[in-house]
Design a protein around this ligand. Sequence first.
Ligand SMILES: C[S@@+](CC[C@H](N)C(=O)[O-])C[C@H]1O[C@@H](n2cnc3c(N)ncnc32)[C@H](O)[C@@H]1O
Length: 201
Amino acid sequence: MPTQFDAIADRYHADTRRNDELDRVGARINAIIPGKVVLDIGNGGVFGYDPRLATRAIALDPSAAMLSKITIPSVETIVGDASKIDQFIQDGELDVVVCHVVLHHISGRDVGDTFRIRNELLATIRQKLCPGGQLVVVESLLKPAYVLPQRLLYAATRWVLARSEIPMIFFYSKKELADAVCRAFSPHVSEMLIATKKLSR
Ligand SMILES: C[S@@+](CC[C@H](N)C(=O)[O-])C[C@H]1O[C@@H](n2cnc3c(N)ncnc32)[C@H](O)[C@@H]1O
């Protein structure tokens, strides 16, 4: 099924140029992926890191147009939604999962549904990671003062976006995100790598 990102893929890629933030995050990811199996959820054809360092790099995204921007032949692509990871990936198959600016696109009909979908995704990621595996989350984070207003305005925001056929977006504060990841991975969290990204990219 075509997605909102299919329609904007050309523009997104024209606007997404290499920048310091992408390089900084990419350098940290480069350090952990050599010889590893990497799944990049919501990859969108954008790599801050070098996927050729990995034994296998798998880019998963529901937008075929975004994935078509990938120019590195060794990258495996899967057109699919994050909720369908189970269909493509075996338990324990992955060493590293990358979620680069994608979690805010994963939403449901209301706040509770969004949290449920997010928690299910994190639980699935944990299941697919091998022991000692790593999850890298890069997100545009919400200031704590906006957490409650965003929740209260969920239905209205969703309605307004739907008028323009834009799926709901829902941002997390650093604490909310860290808590959700810690809960999903407890007691196996040894280090959290949460890089912040400016919305201005
Ligand atoms: C803001 S773009 C980020 C793309 C790339 N990771 C980057 O950093 O530029 C969000 C990407 O997430 C993908 N996406 C949206 N909903 C998704 C979902 N439910 N599961 C997986 N990917 C999704 C979109 O198609 C899009 O490519």
